[in-house]
Design a protein around this ligand. Sequence first.
Ligand code: MRU
Length: 343
Amino acid sequence: MVHTVEWQQGVIRLLDQSRLPEHVEFLQCSTVDAVVSAIRELKVRGAPAIGVTAAMGVALGAGTSGAEQYETFAREVNSICDRLAATRPTAVNLFWAIERMKRKLSECRAMNIPDIKSALFQESQSILDEDIELCKAMGRHGAQLIKDGQTVLTHCNAGALATAGYGTALGVIRAAWEQGKRIEVIADETRPVLQGARLTAWELMQDNIPVTLITDNMAGAMMRQGRIDLCVVGADRIAANGDVANKIGTYSVSVLAKAHGIPFYVAAPYSTIDLKTASGEDITIEQRNPLEVTSIHGSHPVAPQGVKVYNPAFDVTPAANIVGIITERGIFKPSELSRHFAR
Ligand code: MRU
């Protein structure tokens, strides 16, 4: 299993996902600025992975503080949190992880600064370790939905690369595969940034899990031909009513699945469930650089210069299109989430 993000001798080591699959390269982030850029530029991406990385960024920045008094130290750490929180608006895991680090900071108020620094470092490592465990638990629950011989369609990358390891939607697929089920994965390429083609296909091939890559506009035809048994995707934020924000194109897949009577599932940990947001309409959708649409990899133009572009990174799938949400606590109907995850 790939190591998306980890601590290595006091610096954050990230697999640079913007370079995959051609180059398997690692970034060493030793400053908060480097972490902020890595998240913004999708060098690390996927809701749980950016949450974990931001928590590590808080610990990294806190570790370099020269402050001797708690108040000064806390002010510095809170400003690091603000910078990290401003990187991407949609995935709630980012804000969840930053809040958890702030909570740890205030719990440690009575301790000396060096001890608070190591408590923050430890908390970031716990968030990372916990994320892998959550994914494995989701895998155990979700694998029962996939029968031997079935074909599963997924969108974007909700795999080990999008988490601290193992994956959410791909974790479910990976668990079914580890149980010995013969399965086939259909990966949507996921324009404009091609997380399906560049990342999901690569990740599954690393593990020898059979995968076939399609362009996004092929999913409907395959469903009509009876070649898809199940859809499983990840999530960036799940609202209290069960609406799900995920990579742009997820909504289209859910509509197609519903039209063809194919079960559509979402896999996500509790850190993606945002009960403070009432419905999908209240979720801020990140708008990204038009270059992602007008070019491949920012360098090969595929559209006339100056064309007007609309480039939302995410869309909202209404709860009504989702058969179930696979979590570490079990599989729930979207309408049951608020009862099971009330804090
Ligand atoms: O823009 P990205 O690549 O960060 O978007 C990622 C997704 O939409 C994933 O499907 C989602 O974060 C779930 S990851 C387990």
